[in-house]
Structures are given as structure tokens and as C-alpha cells.
Design a binder for this molecule. Structure first.
Ligand SMILES: [Ca+2]
Length: 336
């Protein structure tokens, strides 16, 4: 990582995480996604009990204070069809056919659909987010990319995901509080996200509430097409739902408070899925909204993005000889 990135990190730490500025981008290999260097910080994970959109059934209420003590990297965009195709061509791995797709307003298993052909009106473009990817497919991609790049890519922890999705705000959506209620127009949504919009109802036949605006995409849209949040992350809300590392349980009680993923031995029946998609009604397209899927689920509105730790190798050579993996406090004094 460039030493300028560390100076940026030191500046962010000095003024606090509230003063959010776009995070610097780095790319670890030619095939690697652009990664944002996310500063450490505290945030409230979850939703206030009084929020009319809060879904008590998923455990997003009450909020819990999370303290992420280390910087980390989060992909600026969802992993695309083109990026995943490189893995399949090189990695000797190809997810089998069979994917849940929308048909007549219902999600149905279609044995012929796959990430190559998720059944959209138009064939998926290389720049579209990849879909019909289950949790193990996503993990296999991360392992392949790690071997290619020498860096340790992984799925984001659920807390990391929400921290980045909020972009330094505590709003339900990173574009602000205005017009964000489900029973009111959410016109800003279409500037920042591919959601279930007024133009997508005919094609999807979904009988759900929709954002009262038009985002120009009835199904998936090109990754990074809409405005990013304050960190510079695109499509954290909408486009495709995203896998996280975490096992899902409908409570935050007992969860690690330092941003680590919450998992347990023996695997888990459900994984936490975040962000909502092109097919999600407004109440599901929020930073605090939680969803859950079995790890083997492949569905045409479900994809992923990657994260990775801030590693020793990310510190410039003149500070890499210090203590263990570069903690922010140790990294800050580095000279350019
Ligand atoms: Ca849309």
C-alpha cells in the first residue's frame, strides 16, 4: 500500500470517523477488484426501536455499539460476471446449474439457470454483478483470488458490511433521511441504488411496494452505475443482495463487538445476507435490514463483494518491521 494511504488513514483517525471522506482505492492484482481502505471506528449496528421500518423479527433491534479497531479493505463494487468468469476459466471450478429466479412474481427453482444465464431479459453483461452464486462459490472465488494475488481475500463480516454501508451516517440509507419512509416517495433511492423501482413492476410482476422513482434498471444493473456513499462504496444498497461471512441468528445478543464475523463450529444453517436487491421493497433496502439464506442458495438477486484484512504487507517497507500486523496506531506515524 502506498504511504499516502497511511497518511490519509492517520488524518481520518485524527478527526474521527464522522468526518467521512472517500477512502483511497487500491488494487492488489490485475484481476482483483478495486478495494477501499476503510478506517477503523465505532458505529451503532442495527436499528432504533422507534424506527417505523425496524424489523424486530430479524434482531436488528436494539442497536449494539460496535468498535472496529483496525482498518480493513472492502471492495468498492460487487463482484462482476466478468471477474467471476476469469475465476471459472482459470480455477477449474464452475458452479452447477440450478438457480432460483423470478417467474410470474414468484421465486422458483429453475434447473437450467446459472450465473451465466440467470434468466434476465438481457444476457448478463461482464460489468453486471454476478448472481446465482452460493456461499461456497463466493468463498471459492475469494480463495482463488487470494492465491493469485498473495493477499487474503474473504467475504465481509456482517458488522464490516454495515459499517461500510452506513458510510459514516446513522441513517437508514446512506443518501440521507429525506423521503426514506416506505409510505413516502423515495426519489433519492434511484440516484444511489438499483432498487425495486416504478419501472420494474411490469417485468418482475412482484406485488411489493416499490420506490416511487425510476432507476432505469428492472433487473440487475452494471456494478457502480449509481452514486457511491461517502466511503466511495457503490451498490451497498440494492442491485444484488450480498453474502457475508456470518452465521445468521435473529439477535445481536452475544455477537463480537469488534467487527469480527460471528460464526460457530459445525457450520450454520443460515448465513447473513445484506443490502437488498433490484427485487427488494424499500423496507428491505436499508443499511440495517437483515436477511438470511441457507449457504447453498443460488438466486438471481444474490451475489457478493469481497473484503480483506489490513495486513503487514500493506504497510510501507519502512514501517513493516515493527509490531505484528500494522495496527492503525502503529501505522499512523509512518513517513511518506
Ligand atoms: Ca431498479
Amino acid at each position: 500500500m502506498k504511504s499516502g494511504h497511511l497518511l490519509w488513514l492517520a488524518a481520518v483517525l485524527a478527526v474521527g470517523a464522522e468526518a467521512q471522506a472517500p477512502a483511497p482505492l487500491t488494487r492488489d492484482c490485475g484481476e482483483c477488484p478495486e478495494m477501499l481502505l476503510i478506517p477503523p471506528g465505532e458505529f451503532r449496528m442495527g436499528t432504533r426501536p422507534g424506527d417505523p421500518e425496524a424489523d424486530r423479527a430479524t434482531g436488528e433491534v436494539p442497536e449494539v455499539l460496535m468498535s472496529l479497531g483496525r482498518p480493513f479493505f472492502m471492495a468498492a463494487r460487487e463482484i462482476t460476471v466478468g471477474e467471476f468468469a476469469l475465476f471459472v476459466e482459470d480455477g477449474g471450478y464452475d458452479p452447477p446449474r440450478g438457480c432460483r429466479v423470478l417467474s410470474g412474481g414468484q421465486w422458483v427453482e429453475d434447473p437450467e439457470r446459472s450465473w451465466r444465464d440467470p434468466g434476465f431479459a438481457l444476457p448478463p453483461a461482464p460489468a453486471d454483478p454476478v448472481t446465482c452464486i452460493d456461499w461456497e462459490d463466493a468463498r471459492a472465488y475469494a480463495q482463488w483470488l487470494s492465491a493469485r494475488s498473495g493477499r487474503s481475500f474473504r467475504l465481509p463480516a456482517e458488522a464490516e458490511w454495515e459499517y461500510v454501508a452506513r458510510g459514516g451516517t446513522d441513517f437508514a440509507r446512506y443518501w440521507g433521511t429525506a423521503e426514506s419512509r416506505q409510505d413516502q416517495p423515495v426519489t433519492l433511492a434511484c440516484d444511489y441504488a438499483n432498487v425495486l423501482d416504478a419501472g420494474s413492476l411490469d417485468l418482475t410482476a412482484l406485488r411489493l411496494r416499490n420506490a416511487a422513482c425510476r432507476d432505469g434498471a428492472a433487473e440487475v444493473s452494471q456494478a457502480g452505475r449509481y452514486q457511491p456513499n461517502a466511503f466511495g462504496a457503490y451498490d451497498m444498497i440494492g442491485n444484488v443482495r450480498e453474502w457475508t461471512q456470518d452465521c445468521y441468528t435473529a439477535s445481536y445478543s452475544g455477537r463480537p463487538r469488534d467487527g469480527r464475523a460471528w460464526t460457530w463450529q459445525g457450520g450454520c444453517g443460515l448465513k447473513s445476507v445484506r443490502g437488498g436487491s433490484w427485487a427488494s421493497e424499500p423496507s428491505r433496502a436499508r443499511a440495517g435490514a437483515r436477511d438470511a439464506e441457507p449457504p447453498g442458495r443460488r438466486q438471481s438477486d444474490l451475489g457478493f463483494r469481497l473484503a480483506r484484512d489490513f495486513e503487514r504487507a500493506d504497510a510501507p517497507a519502512d514501517s513493516a518491521s515493527g509490531e505484528a500486523d500494522a495496527a492503525p496506531g502503529a501505522a499512523a506515524p509512518a513517513q511518506p
